[in-house]
Design a binder for this molecule. Sequence first.
Ligand SMILES: [Zn+2]
Length: 406
Amino acid sequence: MKRGTFQLMKSVNKSLILNTIRTSEPISRAQIAKKTELTPPTVSSIVKELLEEELVVESDLGESQGGRKPTMLLINHDAFYVIGVDVSPDSIKCIAGSLSGKVIVRAEPKEISKRISSEQFLDELIDTIRSVLDTLSTPDKVMGIGVAMHGVVDVENGLSLVAPNLGLTDIPIKDVLEKEFDTIVKVENDVRAMALGESWFSTNGHIGSMLTVNMGSGVGAGLVIDGKLYHGAADLAGEVGHMTIDLHGEVCTCGNRGCFQTFATCDAIIKRAKAALIEADEKAGMAKGEAEHLVHDQIGYQNLTIEDIYHMATAGNEILANVLQETGEVIGIALTNLIHVINPEKIVLGGEVCKMSAFILPVIKDTIVQRGLTADAKQTKVDLIKLGHDATLKGALALLLVEIFE
Ligand SMILES: [Zn+2]
């Protein structure tokens, strides 16, 4: 579908009806009129347009209320595609999804080399998207492309302002992709896209306020208020990884000391775990040089992974259990700070660090109970992200879906 057709759908009543069908399907014309408070003739005429555009289909699932069975309406989820792209610091992933977010086609992830120019990066991006479009039987049914990009993004202009791990700035993603593919393109910070996706797919966009915090190679957050992402005055909202937790803590990549990120990324946890294990060995009387090379439970400390830490802690390693306990407390403190600033209805946690949720989630919740200012603050819901592995890609799809349906 070309941009012209897409724009047609932006009439307020049409979006309202489309979204009512999406959230309540199967639904009859009479029920739509009742829910939206639009007149039956208005509903009929807009539904007729939606049927002609094949965005909506009829079925006969309706329950009779005494007369003949009403015709029910459904979203024609599989008739169109949206393209979702996840650009992480080291790879480009791309899927084509249905209007319900089902993955139809998935590209082979493409690795990005660290020494890449903006032009080379954009070529790689185009190639990856092209590889997905080429496998679709009806590429003309693509309604747009959503790009979830790591780093700082100028959302209005679809510009990657700073992609720190690639060392690139001011990449004109939206301009280049719109010219290349002649379709609507949305670009958003990856964690914010993930937050939008979680709100869209797990609550139908029906939650007052939800904060999604991602803890992986970095720490970021996205805030969705009434179904809309909050960006702040200069697209900086959600940089919670650089909230100061410890005045005298370690130096962060941003140059400040003791940022949340110096505690809650995978690397930070691994670093503290190694230090704690080596310290314990030293206390046990080993010479310093030897301790660093010690193989503990057949795992060399040098190659310690998040999975190792989890397995060793589960198997009863108290030193590592303590490191995870402390990690949970720090995350709990950071989230309590955020609760006091934002007061979200719900907090959702994502990222690799959540692989250790069995240890850290109960501690996080306890810490919030201890530190929250009011009973409501203490009871703020904290859950793991429901979208799982594809959370960022689904978020990229959601960037378009909110445009189509709302
Ligand atoms: Zn920092």
